[in-house]
Design a protein around this ligand. Structure first.
Ligand code: ARG
Length: 593
């Protein structure tokens, strides 16, 4: 049973208009703007409006012979006359102003309201999946690679953005019915591991020394050894030797490496849990060591893609102006060659029809080279890979100094939240008991939302104040509105009635809310097409605005039973929609705070 929601209306209109010059494939749901008309007899009535000028701009109707306003009116009237009305769209009429002519399609209000409530409350966790828009999407086998920090190096804000945005992209694809594999591709290989191992040995360290705060301790050792290596060339050559041994599979060197990797993953997992972020697999660059890369290099040699330079390096020409190193002079693998081997391996393992690398803007050249090589190697699937880029965050530091570790950022946010919570006198006692945990949830929600509300590719300046404030468009707002609805359901004194008569919902705010909910499927699809979380975030803020407005104008407690039931059912539909949106963003909704 497809054709639901906003797409129910747009599809009907599009179908009814097909055969007309603007109908059929050309007219997208996005061109239909929902609006409210006030009818003095019946109150507000929803309509969907399409502007003929907008259709002209989109090239869906011609401009020649229709440039004059009068011609456009004549054209519009002809469409109105030919339009077949039906129970959901009982009428269409022309609206004109000095510059434009619009077709306004009336929508049967009660029918829309009851459909929306019925669909949303029937299967709250996946109600949008029966939408025509969603069912039309081709099913994909999707690999999303995100977070991908480097062991023994700081987890910087670029990794944080990759984590947050990548998790959203994976969630969204799952929500839209794709088959998704989430991969964290750790930077767990390379000469820095020789340096790290050198330092670990020189300081006589053991696994016990890394027991708590492993990430920071490893970093400390790394920095220390690195300084030594800079001063003393024999240290760097020793480190290179160690790494070469590792590449050759020397077990004793690999033992320590395994410890570094395991303790780091353990630490990271705790952080990811706080952020509500998940992975199916922890992969790493180490999976593509010199031996693995050799197969790839042979392939490249065979196809004549490599050029040997005098200094022993082998390079690939991305374009006449740019060559990239694929093999170092000592023959060891590098970042790029590992990625080539990795992509081939993932295609074999997952047969992906789409693979996203969620990595900051600064690595654009790297991915251009990677995709170019894979194409030249003859892999058609190379066209289904995409570098999902994002801009930089400025100003995300803690009060103690520049934050370089994720844990510091999360702790700082939690601390500020906790302080705020204690300052608010209205906080109920039972809430305060779970204070630290709630504060952490609200704080991480704030960090997630502050990031996801930005256009992905833009750089932005982070401010603790702005991100954590309770007024304004923050994670607090989403959580707060969700809590209000959850508490209403608990305390309103009546039960949800799935047969509630929604024709009692006559208020203008109810109408806006119904139209908002009816657009959820379209918002998800837009967000998916552009891979832009901010589309969903902005929608949720608008939804919250309409929920607040409705809560103000539509009391449940004390209203006549039939009215109260209708209102409760709408509020439940609203909460399910809000919760679904939050979950896709990676924000776990709270029931009380
Ligand atoms: N670990 C890398 C870094 O921190 C990011 C890895 C991105 N993914 C990839 N397949 N190259 O810079």
């Amino acid at each position: 049973m497809a054709h639901k929601f906003r797409s129910l209306i747009s599809n009907k209109i599009i179908q009814a208009l097909s055969g007309f010059p603007i109908g059929g494939r050309g007219l997208k749901p996005a061109l239909l703007i929902p609006c409210v008309q006030l009818d003095p007899k019946t109150g507000p009535e929803p309509e969907f409006q399409v502007s003929l000028r907008a259709l002209q701009r989109q090239g869906l109707i011609s401009t020649s012979g229709l440039s004059d306003q009068k011609d456009l009116i004549r054209y519009g009237s002809a469409l109105v006359q030919k339009f077949d009305t039906d129970p959901t769209i009982p009428g269409v009429h022309l609206v004109q102003d000095n510059k434009d002519v619009r077709l306004n399609f009336k929508v049967n209000y009660s029918q829309l309201a009851s459909e929306v409530v019925r669909i949303t409350t029937h299967k709250p966790a996946s109600f949008w999946q029966c939408s025509a828009l969603v069912t039309l999407l081709p099913h994909q086998n999707v690999v999303v690679e995100y977070s991908s920090p480097n062991i023994a190096k700081p987890f910087h804000v670029g990794h944080l953005r990759s984590t947050i945005i990548g998790n959203f992209i994976a969630n969204l694809h799952v929500a839209l019915g794709h088959n998704v594999t989430r991969i964290n591709y750790l930077g767990d290989w390379g000469t820095q591991f020789g340096i790290l191992k050198y330092g670990y040995d020189a300081r006589n360290m053991t696994e016990k020394d890394l027991e708590d705060d492993a990430i920071k301790k490893l970093y400390e050792v790394y920095v220390w050894a690195n300084q030594k290596a800079e001063l003393d060339p024999s240290v760097s050559s020793k480190a290179r030797e160690i790494f070469n041994e590792m590449e050759q599979g020397n077990i004793s060197e690999l033992k320590a490496w395994e410890v570094f990797r395991n303790v780091s993953i353990k630490d990271l997992k705790r952080m990811y849990a706080r952020l509500n972020v998940n992975f199916d697999e922890f992969h790493g660059e180490s999976m593509y060591n010199a031996q693995k890369c050799q197969e790839v290099l042979n392939l490249m040699e065979e196809k004549g893609l490599l050029e040997a330079l005098d200094d022993g390096r082998k390079v690939y020409e991305v374009n006449p102006k740019r060559r990239v190193t694929v093999v170092k002079s000592d023959g060891s693998s590098i970042y790029l060659s590992r990625d080539i081997a990795g992509a081939i391996d993932r295609q074999e393992k997952y047969k992906f029809t789409k693979m996203y690398y969620v990595v900051d803007n600064s690595q654009t050249d790297h991915f251009v080279a990677l995709f170019s090589i894979l194409r030249k190697l003859g892999f058609e699937w190379a066209d289904s890979m995409m570098h999902v880029k994002f801009g930089r965050i400025q100003g995300m530091s803690t009060r103690k100094g520049t934050a370089i570790f994720l844990q510091d950022i999360l702790d700082e946010a939690q601390e500020i939240m906790l302080q705020k919570q204690q300052e608010t006198h209205t906080t109920r006692d039972d809430v305060r008991l779970s204070g630290a945990e709630t504060a952490d949830r609200v704080a991480t929600s704030c960090i997630l939302i502050a990031d996801l509300k930005q256009r992905r590719q833009r750089d932005y300046v982070f401010s603790w104040d702005k991100a954590l404030q309770s007024r304004g468009d923050t994670g607090v707002k989403l959580q707060y509105v969700h809590c209000r609805l959850a508490s209403l359901e608990k305390n309103c004194g009546i039960e949800f009635n799935s047969q509630a008569n929604t024709s009692f919902l006559r208020e203008e705010s109810a109408l806006s809310l119904i139209q908002d909910i009816a657009r959820f499927d379209e918002i998800l699809v837009n967000s998916y097409q552009e891979l832009e979380p901010c589309i969903l975030v902005n929608y949720l803020f608008k939804l919250c605005g309409n929920i607040n407005m409705s809560l103000k104008h539509m009391q449940v407690k004390g209203a006549p039973l039939e009215v109260a039931e209708a209102r409760l059912s709408l509020f439940m539909a609203a909460r399910y929609t809000l919760a679904a949106g939050m979950n896709i963003l990676g924000v776990k909704p709270l029931d009380q705070m």
